[in-house]
Ligand binder design. Structure first.
Ligand code: TRP
Length: 448
């Protein structure tokens, strides 16, 4: 495969924005606040941070290294590096990307719907009951949310079809900085609302008594989801990196940006939630959508902030959803010989087909549950609690043990030897990540 046909990043800044664009998305702004709320607040945050820096950072580097070493999609990368059964790990990643996209586009569709509500002035209600009803009305409808999901899926496919530098990179460079700016303003308002301090304490002061293995497993899954780890998305992004790029430094930048945005989202949502008299444990997947209108209402030019926020949330979701579709597409292009546009179309159709039951599981199919989980809950559980940790575990074993020391060469730059921290990184990839993740997975499976 000639590199010109695969494409590549046009600049280092462009890569960082695209990779940060992948990491920063609904996982930070929609998922992180309600998962933190459901898992006891501050103690969850502490464990989350341990997962991000204990496992996440070294694995982000590992996936990027795998991509740049091989110049391939997830399946192709495992095939080149390890052969035998290893490509199946990449295959699991491609399937997981489709599963995640199936609920990702539904939630992104809600963001588009809320953008229209904000434009209409329909978000000016401040009481929790009205905001709950609005959310239930939207997500409970059989058809409307699917129309928005389809629009979002189409937008994702178009960007991916436009290619790496022309589509993904150009879009990310523009929107990421704007999103950051608006978040900071919203946080400033949220933390100064009357009654916000209880939410701040909930988020920032760990209550260790609320912790069990379920919390740890949720924190691990959330960290991987947020960092775009475990399904080869970053292998794919790494495959478009230039050999001259300082991989370690750029990976650190991406991890820090992602973490800061998650923290900002927590600071924005949890205090506002408690100020509005809601209990964090009960927010669920509607939390961000139910809570933020109250923050807008308490700001000057609140309607404008509402419009700006949901617009940027939609765009942040788009820079992430393209990174979920991209491994699927690059697999179909590299391994199956499809054209980019055909691959994007096929991948999107598969995701949308799965999105139908997911969307209905917030409404008419809500009663359809297995072990207390709706169809959405099952997809999310499969991805965050099983596939992403298992994919990360196997990636670490492959790179740390099967590839081993040659991987260090990727961390050298401009002909200089590998950075001083490179052996430390390899130690994390060989020992800390595999044993830590395996321990959490096994503990989580032991009943009681
Ligand atoms: N990280 C994104 C978010 O937080 C979601 C995402 C994009 C993702 N690419 C991924 C999750 C790859 C897992 C794997 O919204």
């Amino acid at each position: 495969m000639d590199e010109a046909r695969r494409g590549g990043w046009a600049s280092r800044f462009g890569f960082i924005m695209a990779a940060a664009g992948s990491a920063v998305g609904l996982g930070n702004i929609w998922k992180f606040p309600y998962v933190t709320g459901a898992n006891g607040g501050g103690a969850f945050l502490a464990i989350y941070l341990v997962c991000v820096f204990g496992f996440g950072l070294s694995l982000v580097i590992a996936e990027l290294v795998m991509g740049r070493m091989t110049g391939r999609n997830p399946v192709g990368a495992f095939k080149r590096l390890a052969g035998r059964a290893w490509p199946a790990v990449g295959g699991l990643g491609v399937v997981t990307a489709i599963v995640i996209l199936s609920f990702y586009i539904v939630v992104a569709g809600w963001a588009i719907a809320y953008l229209f509500y904000a434009l209409d002035g329909a978000l000016s209600a401040t009481d929790a009951k009205a905001l709950n009803a609005l959310f239930a009305h939207l997500t409970g409808a059989p058809l409307t949310p699917l129309v928005y999901a389809a629009v979002f899926m189409l937008a994702t496919a178009v960007v991916v079809a436009c290619g790496v530098a022309g589509g993904i990179e150009r879009m990310s460079k523009l929107f990421m900085p704007l999103l950051f700016g608006i978040l900071v303003l919203l946080v400033l308002r949220a933390v100064t609302l009357p009654g916000a301090s209880r939410g701040l304490a909930f988020f920032l002061r760990p209550d260790w008594s609320s912790i069990d293995i379920g919390t740890v497993s949720a924190a691990l899954g959330q960290a991987f989801f947020s960092l775009s780890l475990g399904l080869g998305g970053l292998i794919t992004y790494g495959s478009y990196m230039s050999p001259r790029q300082n991989l370690g430094r750029d990976a650190l930048a991406v991890v820090l940006l992602d973490t800061v945005v998650a923290l900002l989202a927590g600071l924005m949502v949890l205090p506002a939630m408690m100020a509005a008299g809601m209990t964090p444990a009960e927010g669920g997947p509607g939390t961000t959508f139910k809570v933020l209108p109250a923050v807008f209402a308490a700001m000057p030019a609140g309607q404008l902030f509402g419009i700006g926020f949901f617009l940027l949330l939609t765009l942040a979701a788009l820079t992430s959803s393209v990174s979920l579709l991209e491994p699927v597409v690059s697999y179909l292009v590299d391994e199956r010989g499809f054209k980019r546009a055909t691959a994007a179309t096929l991948g999107s159709l598969a995701c949308f087909a799965l999105a139908v039951p997911v969307s209905l599981s917030f409404g008419v199919w809500h009663h359809w549950q297995l072990a207390g989980l709706t169809i959405f809950g099952l997809m999310d559980f499969f991805a965050s609690h099983l596939s992403l940790p298992i994919g990360s575990l196997l990636t670490a074993i492959c790179l740390g043990w099967v590839v081993g020391h040659p991987a260090l060469d990727e961390l050298a730059s401009h002909g200089r030897p590998a950075a001083a921290w490179a052996p430390v990184w390899l130690f994390f990839v060989r020992f800390i990540a595999p044993f830590g993740i395996a321990w959490i997975l096994i503990q989580g499976l032991i009943p009681g």
